[in-house]
Design a protein around this ligand. Structure first.
Ligand code: TXA
Ligand code: MG
Length: 312
């Protein structure tokens, strides 16, 4: 299938049925989750999964997250210990991805795990992804619905602009509520900071983060330094715009645009990728971003900003 333009269907029964039909036929569709829009395909069908890699132009060593409707479905794919089960009970459905040993009988295409003996699984909360999982009755592999190396999409329009010539169908259910990708956890290590903070996940303390690979000894293979890149240079911790810069503000720094005039970090996370997309589309030659506090979900926001600022 070589679509020239995607159909963008508003969330509803017709959209879910059309999307399930594409997936059953081995295709992929863009669907919102509570974090970002995902590009979903049947995780048990290696040709379908290859279609995701092809559309994204993603290096094949970078494994994908498997989305399932509930913990029971996750346990058919991955081996849970008590600690993982406890996290799942507390945070699923929600923006938590667990990296666990893959079950030998999981039936997941090896392209999904990129040959690793672990699998990343997640139970999403968003109604559109949940409805699609129910309609398909199979686990869905879904990376963010953007070309590899570009900014993740938080709106159907972002998907259309970035990937529109490569996919058949986008389910439009407005802006995604959390706005940044799920927190990825393996054991006590946070491989990717996200909407769920270390304090929320491990209230007793003791979380190791991937920012400190010596502590974890593990990194998510997709955590390449330059990953969430706009097409222009990006300067961090800016209090004023220099000539030719588009300033993304936060709190007291007003800017051309603001992540949150009130200085609210949750609001800023939800607005982040949208603001980066707008900055990329603005006529200014460069982007500057106001300082964002390194607390709570601010850690995940700064993680994405540092990656976006990393020269390619
Ligand atoms: O919020 C999200 O997680 C979104 C939505 C669509 O669910 N998905 C997403 O997927 O961000 P993606 O493919 O863009 O990022 C998946 C990350 C990558 O950094 C990948 O390396 C890591 O998960 N990952 C996948 N499987 C892994 C594994 N077995 N071990 C370590 N890291 C893994
Ligand atoms: Mg991604």
């Amino acid at each position: 299938m070589k679509p020239t333009n995607p159909r963008i269907l508003p969330y509803g029964t017709a959209a879910i049925e059309a999307a399930a039909e594409v997936i059953r036929a081995g295709g992929c569709v863009a669907v919102p989750t509570e974090t970002v829009y995902g590009l979903a395909a049947d995780a048990t069908d290696s040709r379908a999964v290859a279609g995701i890699y092809a559309a994204k132009g993603r290096p094949s060593f970078n494994p994908l997250i498997v989305h399932v409707p509930d913990l029971a479905a996750a346990e058919r794919i991955a081996l849970f210990d008590d600690a993982a089960r406890e996290l799942a009970r507390r945070f699923w459905p929600g923006p938590l991805t667990l990296v666990l040993p893959v079950r030998p009988d999981a039936g997941i295409a090896s392209l999904v795990t990129a040959g690793l003996d672990t699998v990343a699984v997640r139970v999403p909360r968003h109604r559109a992804m949940q409805a699609l999982l129910a309609a398909c009755g199979r686990p869905l592999a879904a990376p963010s619905a953007n070309r590899s190396g570009t900014i993740s999409p938080t709106r159907a329009e972002h998907v259309d602009a970035n990937l529109g010539d490569r996919i058949a169908l986008v389910i439009d259910d407005g802006a995604t509520p959390a706005g940044i990708e799920s927190t990825i956890v393996r054991g006590h290590a946070i491989l990717r900071p996200g909407p769920l903070t270390p304090e929320a996940l491990f209230p007793g303390g003791g979380a190791a983060t991937a920012a400190d690979p010596d502590a974890t000894g593990i990194v998510a293979p997709g955590q390449l330094a330059s990953h969430y890149a706009p097409s222009k240079p990006l300067r961090l911790n800016a209090r004023d715009a220099r000539p030719g810069e588009w300033l993304i503000g936060f709190g007291p720094v007003a800017g051309d645009d603001s992540l949150s005039p009130a200085g609210d970090l949750t609001e800023a996370a939800a607005a982040l990728f949208d603001a980066l997309h707008r900055a990329d589309a603005a006529p200014a030659a460069a982007i500057a971003v106001a300082p964002v506090p390194e607390t709570g979900i601010g850690v995940a926001i700064n993680d994405r900003l540092r990656r976006a600022a990393h020269p390619r």
